[in-house]
Design a protein around this ligand. Structure first.
Ligand SMILES: [Mg+2]
Ligand SMILES: [Zn+2]
Length: 240
């Protein structure tokens, strides 16, 4: 492989950077009955809207901002992941991008807790903020009212991760020597389709992504490397 002077590492967040799913985790800890309701409504209501609605229900019930923040800070997170990204960033050749279907509050709260608030060049996700009342107000990145994305690969309506990656690459020209994508979900397949022969997808062994790769992997140009635990990401990153 040619020398890599300029490298981009793209991270999905849930089950990739963090060892849990933020949207589900907070309700599993704070309101399991709301978590059950989300499971029941999963295929009937768009997921971001469903999380927003569940947050409103939690707020009506009296669940406080501090409780949500506390639960986010205690989410399962592998220390090897923190070490892996910190060391790679210190090497100076790598830019980090986060592409996530979670939201800005969940991601920033966890990154701050881990001392990683300056890791990412950009965090592309659904916008969220706490209102004065303590309600966590969450919206889709692509509003249901405006023009929708054109993706046919199967991205969720709130965001096409492939289009977002293309837009990021256009904003950060010239092209990176190598792109490494860390993901687990079915919606990570669309951006991975854009990777080139010198790029690598680090695909978690569980989740929708390995299933999609098993089915449609012949469409991929990039290398595929599988991982289960963050210690393996740390091991791979030391070779970069
Ligand atoms: Mg994920
Ligand atoms: Zn897409």
């Amino acid at each position: 492989m040619a020398t890599v002077e300029r490298q981009l590492v793209v991270f999905d967040f849930d089950w990739s950077m963090a060892d849990q799913d933020t949207d589900r985790w907070i309700f599993e800890v704070l309101a399991p009955d709301i978590r059950r309701k989300m499971e029941d409504l999963d295929n009937k209501v768009q997921w971001t809207d469903l999380v927003a609605q569940s947050l409103r229900e939690a707020h009506t019930r009296g669940i406080k901002r501090e409780e949500i923040e506390h639960v986010l800070r205690s989410i399962p997170y592998h220390p090897a992941m923190g070490r892996a990204v910190t060391k790679l960033k210190a090497g100076g050749r790598t830019t980090f991008l986060c592409l996530s279907n979670a939201n800005s509050v969940f991601i920033n709260t966890i990154l701050e807790e881990k001392g990683l608030e300056t890791l990412f060049e950009e965090i592309i996700t659904n916008p969220a903020h706490f209102e004065e009342s303590g309600l966590l107000n969450l919206r889709r990145r692509i509003s249901a009212d405006g023009p929708q994305h054109q993706c046919k690969v199967g991205c969720s309506p709130n965001m096409c991760k492939g289009e977002e990656l293309d837009a990021f690459l256009a904003r950060h020209a010239p092209a990176y020597d190598r792109i490494v994508y860390v993901g687990d979900g079915s919606n990570d397949f669309c951006p991975v389709l854009r990777l080139r022969s010198q790029d690598i997808v680090l695909c978690r062994t569980f989740g929708g992504l390995p299933k999609r790769v098993a089915r449609d992997g012949d469409q991929l140009k990039c290398h595929i490397k599988y991982w289960t635990g963050a210690w393996e990401i740390e091991e791979v990153f030391t070779t970069f």
